[in-house]
Design a protein. Structure first.
Length: 131
């Protein structure tokens, strides 16, 4: 029970960190990289909590396995992240040209993108099923 509570806290912290990192970052490639790094850190933290021996390379392989087993969900998240990030970049660039008018849509896109990214990390609470 204590382990489950600790796992839930760890997952929630990762979800919030990932959502904020994605929402606040305007650069597409950095969005994807930070998302992967946070997921790997979460996998390593959960594996330590559950007593599984896991290296960074093992965490990367596990993350790939999870993405493949999720199939369309993983692909949908990637496409949504790329699309929203691209839109966020365009709105960020146009904010200067529009005198800040584009910041309203930028903020709504950033919040949406952060939410999608954060929710995708919640699937990692099923880590023991993938090992």
């Amino acid at each position: 029970m204590i382990r489950e509570q600790n796992a839930n806290q760890l997952i929630w912290k990762a979800v919030m960190t990932k959502a904020l990192a994605i929402a606040l970052n305007p650069i597409t490639v950095v969005d994807i990289l930070s998302s992967v790094v946070i997921d790997i850190a979460l996998i390593l933290g959960l594996s330590k909590l559950y007593g599984f021996s896991m290296t960074e390379a093992g965490a990367v392989q596990l993350l790939q396995k999870i993405a493949l087993s999720m199939g369309g969900i993983g692909a949908s998240e990637l496409l949504a992240n790329l699309g929203l990030s691209g839109l966020k970049t365009l709105l960020g660039i146009s904010a200067t040209a529009t005198g800040g008018i584009a910041l309203g849509p930028y903020i709504s896109v950033a919040i949406t993108q952060g939410g999608v990214a954060g929710v995708s990390s919640m699937v990692l609470d099923k880590l023991p099923k993938f090992i």
